[in-house]
Design a protein around this ligand. Structure first.
Ligand SMILES: [Zn+2]
Length: 700
């Protein structure tokens, strides 16, 4: 067993690591690996690693680790995150247009720059869809000249809807354009009837990310005031008088919705979220909302059944809607239209939106450069066009093949873990292994690219472009309701440097953009690669066996296939991990929400266990001592460096209240559950992070 102390002789270091990352969300750049909890192609109405095993000579310096970023004055066992990242952390600066920084941002930036040159190349050819859409976003003088004119027809429809039923219909007509309404809608495979498509209706209606921002006191009320100011500003800009009073009424309406919402930690329960309703059931159980008008306007009426995710919340929301004066509801929907499209309106609108979502909620001082916002828009709306070009330029078939071999090693390690899990009963174990054997592994890019919507794109009509592309996407989803399911289709864009899992589809997706350095680097030390892309792959696979994912069988059907004894053994581990996460306080008044983050925390810990096992399966020649460090030490340091991050305080606060992922530092610390980590660092690991063996959580 090696002691850490003597082996870290200073050595020059070159490489900059990164970590799992994920795309900017609609409103906030919250990020890191995420899960799609079921196979739904969620259409939520707006706001909403080594490979080189021994084949090549390994240099004496461990490529991929940032040795200079460590702080060796900290004992690993006291604060492993600071030990791995302390020097980096002290020097970290957050760019003025970012809410946080860390390895994922590095990856996002590189991907955005790559896509920028693809788009700019395309723009030089007349008639290029990517180029024309990008040009329409960059041309701010035309945007300013149009003012609100392009949205006027929608705003007029809202103003003309004189009663609740008519307004419900208008809300339905606007949903295909990505304008959020009272509820969120999903169209995807039926959790309990694989092969059939179904419409899911979820709680919704909140513009701020999550009910806690409306209900909690303290910092939340500051942010609610910022929201009120935003509403007043945006209403005034749109020509409304008495905007302040009207903003207050909208805040009161949304707060009433928040009061009937299920807590996000409850809302993720897969069993409780599956309730089959007919439209008559909806009318009876959630009175006060004109379901038929709303569904009919989206062409989603006449379906034999709908899956209602949170029945009590839907009933509560319908009642709030019914008792709210029509004028308030009209203002609310007007604001939803303006908020969705603010980025495509004259600068005053975009600035108001940024002041809320960028500054008040995330602490960011400056808007991202226009080109990056344009790249993000084109990537989002023309994902397949961009993706195809990106893959051609940035992912070779050889690299994809190499990634596939790594994935195979990870799958084999998880299978061995399942086979050996002593707490599982034999029948459940057999089914679990069968499930893993049938998991679809989507790596890099789809074998067949979809044709893509052929909608007209005009260089001088940004809002028209966005509206048409959104509508085409919605229409495509609606059409899928009556088509056989295409198992080869990808629900995640290949240009997102992130990874995904879907328990309902029993698949994982590793987009091309995550298969790049430093997450995946053929030249890097195997320890580094296994701790990064390896742990990422294993994280996603373990989502298929997390607190919700485990409920889906090998066909992706949501049904009870575990014995009671297995469930109890699993939940005992779950409870321990919830308590552990809840004990962390990233901000002194806001702890990690252990219940909300449990799925991610299981995937992190179980994934790291699996990646480590796969790493240990490599021949010893692939795991040499380098620069005085054992391979195991480098593995764990590489993991912790992947999670390095610095947050602006408002962003961290918002993240803690609404994101299913814990902050980077706390994610890195899950090493303290692993015997191998204690072994790697010897007595140096026996510090403040020390857990006696019986308190360490082990899944597989
Ligand atoms: Zn995850």
């Amino acid at each position: 067993m090696q002691r850490w102390g003597k082996k870290f002789s200073a050595s020059p270091h070159l490489d900059r690591p990164a970590s799992p990352s994920c795309p900017d969300r609609e409103l906030l750049a919250l990020c890191r690996t995420s899960i799609m909890p079921n196979r739904r192609l969620l259409l939520v109405a707006t706001v909403a690693i080594a490979l080189t095993a021994g084949r090549r000579a390994i240099a004496s310096t461990p490529v991929g680790l940032d040795m200079e970023g460590m702080d060796r004055s900290v004992r690993p066992g006291d604060d492993f995150y600071a030990f791995a990242n302390g020097t980096w952390q002290r020097a970290a600066t957050i760019p003025p247009d970012r809410a946080w920084t860390g390895a994922p941002i590095t990856m996002q930036d590189r991907t955005a720059a790559d896509i920028r040159s693809i788009i700019q190349n395309a723009a030089s050819r007349p008639g290029s869809r990517m180029g024309d859409l990008y040009a329409s976003y960059i041309d701010q003088s035309t945007i300013t000249a149009h003012g609100l004119a392009k949205l006027r027809p929608w705003l007029n429809q809202v103003a003309a809807a004189a009663d609740h039923s008519r307004l419900a219909a208008v809300m339905g007509r606007l949903a295909p354009y990505d304008v959020g309404g009272l509820f969120a809608i999903g169209i995807g495979e039926d959790d309990k009837a694989p092969g059939a498509m179904v419409v899911t209706i979820k709680q919704g209606g909140l513009v701020l990310p999550g009910r806690d921002l409306y209900l909690a006191g303290g910092g939340a009320s500051v942010r609610l005031s910022a929201y009120r100011s935003y509403l007043e500003r945006i209403l005034t800009l749109s020509g409304v008088d008495t905007a302040l009073d009207r903003a207050d009424a909208i805040v009161a309406f949304e707060t009433a919705l928040a009061q009937v919402h299920r807590a996000p930690s409850d809302a993720r329960n897969a069993d409780a979220s599956y309730n089959a309703y007919t439209v008559t059931d909806l009318e009876r159980e959630a009175r006060g909302f004109d379901w038929r008008s709303w569904l009919g306007a989206m062409k989603l009426d006449g379906r034999p059944r709908y899956i209602v995710a949170q029945p009590d919340a839907l009933a509560g929301e319908a009642a709030v809607w019914a008792r709210t004066p029509i004028r308030v509801l009209q203002d609310y929907l007007r604001v939803r239209v303006l908020t969705t499209y603010a980025r495509y309106l004259p600068p005053a609108f975009a600035d108001a939106r940024f002041a809320l979502f960028g500054t008040a909620l995330a602490g960011t001082a400056e808007q991202p450069p226009r080109w990056r916002q344009g790249v993000s828009l084109v990537t989002n709306l023309l994902g397949d066009d961009v993706g195809r070009a990106y893959v051609a330029a940035h992912l070779t078939p050889e690299a994809r093949g190499q990634a596939a071999r790594l994935v195979k090693n990870i799958v084999a390690a998880l299978d061995a873990k399942l086979a050996a899990a002593a707490w599982m009963t034999p029948t459940t174990r057999i089914r679990a292994r069968a499930k893993l054997a049938q998991t679809r592994l989507k790596i890099g890019y789809p074998d067949r690219w979809p044709a893509g919507a052929q909608v007209p794109i005009a260089r001088d009509d940004l809002i028209g472009n966005v509206a048409r592309l959104n509508a085409a996407r919605f229409a495509d989803l609606v059409a899928r309701l009556d088509r056989p399911i295409d198992r080869d289709a990808w629900v995640a864009p290949v240009t997102v440097p992130n990874a995904f899992a879907s328990a309902g589809a029993n698949e994982i997706i590793l987009p091309a953009a995550i298969l790049q350095p430093p997450l995946f680097d053929p030249k890097a030390d195997a320890a580094v690669n296994y701790a990064r892309i390896g742990a990422t792959v294993a994280h996603e696979l373990c989502h298929l066996f997390d607190d919700q994912g485990r409920k889906y069988d090998e066909h992706g059907a949501l049904r009870d296939w575990w014995t009671q004894a297995d469930v109890e053994a699993f939940q005992q581990r779950e409870r321990a991990l919830i308590a552990q996460a809840s004990s962390y306080e990233p901000l002194k008044d806001v702890p990690v929400n252990g219940a909300l983050t449990i799925g991610e925390n299981i995937a992190d810990l179980a994934g790291l266990e699996v990646a480590y096992a796969a790493f240990r399966n490599l021949p010893a020649s692939a795991r040499p001592m380098l620069d005085g460090m054992t391979a195991d030490q480098r593995f764990f340091i590489a993991w912790a460096q992947a999670w390095r991050s610095a947050y602006r305080e408002p962003f961290l606060r918002t993240l803690l209240q609404s994101d299913a992922h814990a902050p980077g530092r706390e994610r890195a610390l899950t090493v303290r559950n692993m015997d191998a980590w204690y072994a790697a660092f010897g007595s140096a690991a026996e510090g403040r992070l020390f857990l006696p063996e019986h308190e360490r959580v082990r899944f597989w």
